[in-house]
Design a protein around this ligand. Sequence first.
Ligand code: NAD
Length: 268
Amino acid sequence: MASKVTFIGAGNMAGAIIGGMIESGFSPDDITATAPSDDFLAPLRERLGIRTDTDNDAAVAQSDVVVLAVKPQIMREVCEKMRDAVQARRPLIVSVAAGLPAETLEHWLGGNLPLVRCMPNTPALVGAGAAGLFANDKVDEAQRRLATELMESVGLVEWVEDEALLDAVTAVSGSAPAYFFLMFEAMEQAGVKLGLPSDTARRLAMQTALGAAKMALSSDKPPAELKRNVMSPGGTTERAIEHLEDAGLRRIMAEAMTACADRAGEMA
Ligand code: NAD
């Protein structure tokens, strides 16, 4: 029988994952989302045909997997309230909340639970996410596969075996969409300085990023080689890359990402 999955919280992240799950073949009948008021639930129910409930305990009592998808600030209260229902059922817990360690969540839920902590990123909202996952020692192989399936429905999944590495995942993918948005801003501004209309520069920059990512993902060549392939000696690309290297782009990225990972560590 298919696993029953309940999302505690029916916001952006839950909606994105549920949409992806249904597209990748999960039955809406096996999915429940909860929220304190039906106002949040009605749109999801109508759009996706899933089950909904305003009672977290009742939904948990029917579930093999419980996905924690409320804001981190209210997570403790939500977990402690449903502790008895969770302990009676002992489902796999999957958390997508930023910055809350597995042990803390497990403790709030009464302890001794299989728990997967996930660091997703916002492109999950358009089905192109990249997530790092960590499983505690109570998660079995079937539960790992199930967590992989859930998160793969909205993008790429990579497992880490040490929870502290989720801070590195935060630096490489969790916070990283913003690095590219900054790059788009900078490229648009530079394109305008060179005479292009801003819309034109913006679209060209974004499409080029998408194309470069697609090329790199579908190639067996490392990025360094792909880069060399577009740099003819004495040509235009070589001139630009020399500037970026001389200006210390690699050092700047390393410093920014170290700062990001350090901040993630402080928040956990
Ligand atoms: P959101 O505000 O869109 O959704 C939160 C949902 O929780 C709402 O539907 C709200 O009604 C519901 N809720 C509030 N109290 C509840 C309760 N007592 N019981 C059940 N549901 C309750 O938030 P979001 O952006 O979807 O974020 C959810 C989680 O995902 C957060 O922990 C966040 O850290 C994580 N996350 C989000 C993103 C993102 O791109 N949005 C990225 C990475 C991680």
